[in-house]
Write a protein that binds this ligand. Sequence first.
Ligand code: ADP
Ligand code: MG
Length: 277
Amino acid sequence: MMPVRRDFVFDPDAPLLEARDVKVTIGGTEILSGADLTLEAGELLAIIGPNGAGKSTFARALCGLRRPTSGMVRWSGVKLSRLKGRDLARLRAFVPQRAQVPNGVTVADAVRIGRSAHLKPLQGFSAEDHEAIESSLVRARMKGFEDRLLSTLSGGEMQRVQVAVGLAQGAPVLVADEPTAQLDLGATAAVSKLLRRLVADGLGVLLIVHDLALAAAVADRIVVMSEGRTIATGDPLDVLTSQLISDVWGVEAELVRHQGRSGLHVEWLEGGPTGGN
Ligand code: ADP
Ligand code: MG
């Protein structure tokens, strides 16, 4: 068997993911006009911002799913442009907002497909691959669901399968684009706890989310995006001031955190809930 030859070396001291001044132009329109972030192992970084701010475009550019027009993206010190599909699959798993659900595919099939980035040409799964598949199901709390068709799962179960598929890739970074956007409160909490457990295990998690209160509750750090740019980064409570929320979302609100609970106090109507002017 020929060894895989690579003309790059990962730097163990470099951040897992680093992006500087990333720009993306689509059809002559600049969608991303300057986005930065750094993600380390063992941290959950949330990208937040209003609808249309460019969060998904940034995430896809970072993951090599859309080519940046300019700027720098490095995975463990290696330029994104030098990484091929299989290298990328081993560096990051991407969990889309709504996964495609092909007919007749079971949970076990989906997780095996996630692992296939590790397969050598014309070889089946090794004992190590089977172990990785099993452990991904356990960590995503999807044991017992192996034979279920994806089409029969609830939204929350489906998102946990997507995480299991990502884990089976064995990548040190999980990027999830609005994984809870379609979920109810209970399922959102379950996915949030799952992501936190992965971070405790040493993964770097990049969570794209439009819910400020959720981001503030689950993230170690946040990056705020507005109109195609990253405009602030840091500890959620430091960054999400009432002034910034007003500037970016145009809403009067205050973020509060108390004894492990976090909430967004929003002035929904002018002059309070009765709307009396
Ligand atoms: P977010 O995820 O923050 O809601 P997106 O990254 O999806 O934002 O989109 C940012 C902006 O780019 C939006 O105005 C969107 O309409 C536009 N956009 C995204 N993808 C494309 C595309 N393929 N072609 C044209 N415009 C796009
Ligand atoms: Mg989006």
